[in-house]
Design a binder for this molecule. Structure first.
Ligand SMILES: Cc1cc2nc3c(=O)[nH]c(=O)nc-3n(C[C@H](O)[C@H](O)[C@H](O)COP(=O)(O)O)c2cc1C
Ligand code: SF4
Length: 545
């Protein structure tokens, strides 16, 4: 009997799929047979490896070497060198320095686009993220100093007047949330920065944490002062190693200078900050699962109410905000609420960071005012489609909406999107063209939810599995017309009776596919093949981790 000595994991999020992860998988299988290694090396897919900017990625264990971006034609060399001869292929390794450093990585045209405003990303690629002095030279901690001259209630008034809304997906008014925690009874309160960011294709929070960690510490201090908390946690995705290193250093530097600790800036305000690393579950980004996880319990969402604002971490009132939300806070304190309101739309002021992915000429992050359209993002910032015209974009990583080309002129802000039946999600935009099969991509998304479902409640546990099985059947050419009604029923049930946001949004891609591309799905079923001729119509995706 052979013993498995190596494991090859291939990223299989929608972006990786568009860029050939299935062909990479097939190439590994073929090459392992060629070198007679098929019994010693196991190959598997991973729904998301957390380094979307270098997709598709391949990780080889036990060495844990990450290669990327990889093309199918790279595989023979990697198998021969790494798996057969035991030599790491240095030139194919994914960037280890992370995405931001001293050198600007952002692929947008600097300063030449009038619509681009960097509030959140203003220091990324500009300062040395490991130097608190660099941060101080860029007005770091000025927002905190201003906040400490005000009453906590007045700080909350400024945040409310700015109109800032949560960038973690739901767009909840930030000042209102701060006010709830301020008013909650209890001497002990917490501030938490949600940096779990586990949706496939999303890496904006990682860039902020890697590129400007002091701004997040400053924002948490301002939030802590405003709500009356003396302790905070940054809950960070475990794979974000560089961000973890930089935040750890940033906390040490802030402690040394006296921004963290007791009597901050000569005031009576004290604040301690901890870093808590997640263990790889998407559901732990859901705020109550996150609380359970910090408390050392299994990461399952709680039943609400009570809400974290009154009974959060260790049952104490807790403020939870997304990284990007917090990154706006110091600038608002420095420049004022009216200044912030000058960007974006009346009901969604400010900017939004989008992760542009897919079949466009330029991929990467862009920060633009709320309210610009998908057409503008694609034509100005992504510099147009690569080959074929836009067919649809998928927002939010996996739980957002599918926006067909016919809706690309809808202003991208919370309320315009809600009115159009869409959701912005976390801001990842997977941009797909006429050569991408909607059925195939939605199948990959249903697999993500099936794998990430925590299993606590039956509608999600059963529904996500059923949705995936049905989608797989359709992509195999074995679908029936009744499958469409079943998919609709499952997605409605998931939305209506799931316990948490994961289940509530798991049916969105399927529902949007049926709403906007029903004829294409029906054609898959009637013809038994992909009508566009582009969907591989493969059998069930091999084992995922
Ligand atoms: C399954 C699931 C995963 C989530 N993951 C994240 C995440 O990684 N980061 C985040 O900020 N919010 C995430 N959220 C939303 C949070 O529950 C919460 O609404 C958010 O952190 C609030 O911050 P905000 O008001 O600043 O947007 C997730 C929600 C669900 C249902
Ligand atoms: S909806 Fe899904 S992820 Fe949320 S609690 Fe239920 S089983 Fe868990």
């Amino acid at each position: 009997m052979s013993i498995i000595r190596s494991l090859v994991l291939i990223s299989h999020d929608p972006e990786s799929k568009l860029l050939g992860s299935e062909a990479i998988f097939a190439a590994f299988i073929e090459q392992l047979h060629h070198y007679d290694l098929q019994d010693e090396v196991s190959v598997s897919y991973a729904t998301d490896i957390g380094q979307s900017a270098a997709s598709p990625l391949v990780i080889i264990y036990p060495e844990a070497v990450i290669y990327g971006p990889i093309k199918p034609e790279d595989v023979p060399h990697i198998v021969e060198e790494h798996l057969y001869k035991g030599r790491i292929v240095e030139e194919k390794r994914a960037p280890t320095k992370g995405l931001s450093g001293k050198v600007a990585w952002l692929p947008v045209r600097k300063g030449s686009n009038p619509a681009e405003n960097r509030i959140v990303l203003r220091n990324i690629g500009v300062i040395d993220p490991e130097s608190i002095e660099d941060s101080l030279n860029q007005n770091g901690y000025e927002g905190l100093a201003i906040a400490l001259t005000m009453s906590p209630e007045d700080v909350i008034k400024v945040i409310s007047a700015s109109g800032l809304r949560g960038r973690g997906g739901a767009g909840f008014p930030t000042g209102m949330k701060w006010g709830f925690v301020r008013k909650a009874t209890g001497a002990k309160k917490y501030v938490i920065c949600n940096a779990d960011e586990s949706e496939p294709g999303t890496f904006k929070d990682r860039m902020i944490l890697e590129g400007d960690p002091q701004s997040i510490i400053e924002a948490m201090l301002i939030a802590g002062y405003a709500i009356g908390a003396s302790e905070g946690y940054i809950y960070i995705r475990g794979e974000y190693q560089l961000a973890i290193e930089r935040i750890t250093k940033a906390i040490q530097q802030a402690q040394k200078i006296g921004f963290l600790g007791e009597g901050i800036l000569g005031s009576s305000f004290n604040f301690t900050l901890h870093l808590h690393s997640g263990a790889g579950a998407y559901v732990c980004g859901e705020e109550t699962a996150l609380l359970e996880s910090i408390e050392g319990k299994r990461g399952e969402p709680r039943t609400r109410p009570p809400y974290p604002t009154t009974q959060g971490l260790f049952q104490k009132p807790t403020l939870i905000n997304n990284v990007e939300t917090l990154a706006n806070v110091p600038a608002i304190l420095r420049n004022g609420a009216a200044w912030y309101h000058g960007f974006g739309t009346e009901s969604s002021p400010g900017t939004k960071v989008y992760t542009m992915l897919g079949n466009v000429n330029v991929t990467g992050l862009v920060e633009v005012p709320m309210g610009i359209t998908l057409r503008e993002v694609v034509s100005i910032y992504a510099r147009g489609m690569k080959k074929a015209p836009l067919k649809f974009a998928q927002t939010g990583g996996s739980s957002g909406s599918i926006i067909p080309a016919s809706l690309q002129d809808t202003p991208m802000d919370f309320d315009s999107y809600r009115t159009a039946g869409l959701s912005l999600g976390s801001g990842a935009l997977l941009i797909c063209d006429d050569e991408n099969c909607i059925v195939d991509i939605v199948k990959v998304l249903t697999n993500f939810f099936r794998v990430e479902c925590c299993g606590k409640c039956a509608p999600c546990r059963v529904g996500t599995q059923r949705m995936y099985t049905t989608m797989t059947r359709i992509t195999e050419g074995k679908g029936k017309m009744g499958d469409l009604e079943e998919l609709e029923l499952i997605s409605d049930t998931l939305t209506n009776i799931s316990n948490c946001g994961l289940g509530e949004t798991a049916g969105t891609p399927v529902r949007d596919m049926l709403k906007h591309f029903r004829a294409e799905v029906e054609a898959h079923i009637k013809l038994g093949i992909c009508p566009t001729g582009i969907c591989p119509m493969v059998a069930e995706v091999p084992e995922f981790v």
